[in-house]
Ligand binder design. Sequence first.
Ligand SMILES: Nc1ncnc2c1ncn2[C@@H]1O[C@H](COP(=O)(O)OP(=O)(O)OP(=O)(O)O)[C@@H](O)[C@H]1O
Length: 926
Amino acid sequence: MSFLKEKNYCVNWGFSSSNAINEEGVDGTYAFDNHLDESAAGSVADSGNKFHEVFMLKHGLCADQSGSNIIELVQSSGLDNAPTHSLFGVMNRILDESIDGMNGDISHPIAFCLRKVLQIIEQRMSIQVENFRNQNNLYRTREEKFNSRIKLLETLTKGSSEENENSMKNLNRIKNEKTRIEEKRKVDELNVLKMRIKKEDAYAEASSIKQELEMSKATYRKQYLQLEAEAKKTKLMLEKKLKEFEYELDISQKRVAELREFSESKYKIWKKKEIKYQQFIHFQKEALQDLRKASMFMKKEVLKTRRQHFEELNYLGGKLNVLIDAAQNHPVILEENRRLYNEVQDLKGNIKVYCRIRPFLPGQSMKHNIIEHIGENGELVVANPSKNGKDNHRLFKFNKVFGPATTQEEVFLDTRPLIRSVLDGYTVCIFAYGQTGSGKTYTMSGPAVLSKEDWGINYRALNELFQITQSRTSSIIYEVAIQLVEIYNEQVRDLLSTDGYQKRLEIWSTAQPSGLAVPEASIHPVKTTADVLELINVGLTNRAVGATALNERSSRSHSLLTVHVRGTDLVTNAVLRGNLHLIDLAGSERADRSEATRERLREAQHINKSLSALGDVIFALAQKSSYVPYRNSKLTQVLQSSLGGQAKTLMFVQLNPDVDSYSETISTLKFAERVSSVELGAARSNKEGREVRELLEQVTSLKDTIIKKDAEIKRLMSLKPSGEKRISSPLRYGSFSPRRHSVGTPEHIRRVASNKIMGRGGRTASDGDNCSECSDRNSEAGSHQSADESRHQKDFLHLPSIFSSRDIDLSADDDVELFGFGDGDSEERLSDISDGELSMGTETDGSTGSIVEYILFPESTKTPEKSENSEQVIYPSKHPRPPQQKLLQQTRMPQLTQSISRISPTGAWKARPGSSPLNKPTKSWQ
Ligand SMILES: Nc1ncnc2c1ncn2[C@@H]1O[C@H](COP(=O)(O)OP(=O)(O)OP(=O)(O)O)[C@@H](O)[C@H]1O
């Protein structure tokens, strides 16, 4: 027990070394056990640990080795010298470790150890019991000794008091000693008892541990077997897995080898690439440096340019401001330009062309609209439905284009200035042109059922006229009268005639500056719009209306409403004469489209013929041709003063936007384009001063004289034999008609033109041309003349005309009639001349004198140079007369020649008193 003697050990175990050392007669173990105090009892639980640790240290064992080493230690009886409570501690420790480490199972060697420890404890207990017995015996013997001594002493006490006293003291001392010994004995007995009890407890504990050990042993064995089986299984499985792992290892080794190869080749490639990249980077670096240099240079350049730009921008900004100012004024300037343009056009006398597009009618599909674009400035784009691409569009430009949504009011607003000019003494002609159903009547008159909003140009114009006349009553007194005629199948009819509508106006005059294109037609004074409406209604009922397949209301005649205005200035007494021709042309259409019957076909042929003639006139005017074929149709004759005179002319081109009408629309537009290019020259106001009026009155009286002469001539001629009459009356057959004179070959006309004897619109061209060619022709027979005229017409008609497609298939008789070369026409011409109207047309010089001369001395006009008598001075030509001729004229008819020389070329309204039907309704208009 050498290690137990170590000081530290003793201190840790809770008893003093002095106690242990001072114990006498008792061996170490005993003393140790006996001197365990109460405080030391609490540390018994730790003793196992400490023992174990000390034990381990002592024997150089580590904790892991405890199991086998403890067994060895126990077997080598190393425990024999260990204190009992340490043995208990060891036992407890073993048990604790067994429980902690082995899940409550106690292994065999540990059980062996436990048993050994218990045996030792048993041995010790029995030794201690033996010791306690011996001690007890010893105490008894001592007690007996002391008792005998007490008796001895008591006897002695009785002998002597002194001795007694001493004896008493000794006795007390002995008694005390005795009590102490007894107490000590009792304590010892108690300790022995305690030890016994402990021993019994230890036995009980040991037996229960034994039992537990047995049980644990059994369970452990069982578990051991199970574990062994599982270990075998696991071993097998692990072996299997090991094989698998070995196999996978093989594969992965192969793969690793492959990968290594691959990565090596890759490495080589990347290495090459790296070299390349390095070269590239090097190159790039160099390039970058170059670029840097370039960019520096560029920067400088940019800065320089920026500076320049800034300066330029400043400069441009200034300019821009100027432009902005100009742009702000642009609309005003544009408006001004437009106004000036219109003024220039007016001065040039261009025929104004307004285009109006009719809306689709109910039931018509709006899908097939050929109108592509309507520009503000009179532009119109029409799409060709049968073509694709660029060429399928055609652009036309007019003075104005009215879209389908334009109202009657808006249309009139642009027409209004013209109406005002009528009151200023101008002749104004407004006519509507277009295919059947395109809206001509709608524009000119309005729809069938008329409300004030629907009023067409006619009513609005007259309404406007009345309003202006009312506003000017303080300075000018106006009188307004109207005529309404129609041209149906080349026959002129008065729609307001009191003699009956059917009466054909046989007396036909060429257009007159007076506006009385049809002097035979009745003229009706009107004071209000209501009067006009009433008269127009009468006229409309008379108008020839045919129901064709295209348009039920389709009018097959041209209708002409002429408004005559005469204003007398209250201050100057000057007279203004204005005329407004409002013409609703018949629609042109192809015979196949209208499903025309024979009657309708004839109508269509006449209409197309007259429109064709209109086209030729327009073409001749546009070309500034010396010859204008007005006389090819009644229509062109009526329009002569409007187209060739000093009138202001406006044409409404009516269009049907439907795709079916494409070809008609295009030809209409081409025609309109040509019309818009015609320059008529500046319009002139028909303002007569008092002097002019007096002259006109003289002319009128002269006309009376002429008429009388005319009658006398007729009478004289009728007295001659019939055969002679035929020969000597070229007037009747037209060969000496002033119009016949006008007919010449183109060469002849060119010659005349080169002589600069032609006036505007070819007015002065040909009548009475005294060149030899004319003279020769004049001497020829009437039939020859007709052929010549026909040839002449052909010269013009062969030119590309938009009407060429509308060739008319007429019979020979019809041709004669339509071309005006038949007897009827000759009659007309005769009547025309005898009517004594002033002619401003192409084919007459507008000189009253020439007509008078013809009428008075027809024979003399044949060869004026050769005439020797006084009649020879009457010169048939409108060429400037030789001075001696004028002189002669003056000598013979001073009053007449004087008047003629002073008449304005515009002429004046000269309705013949007595002979004209005007007299019937309106004498005041003479
Ligand atoms: N601007 C318009 N607004 C509404 N309807 C219109 C317009 N123009 C024409 N129409 C209608 O189209 C139809 C044909 O018009 P209109 O009779 O005026 O044609 P047109 O050219 O005079 O025919 P025609 O040559 O046969 O005389 C009518 O029913 C008319 O009311």
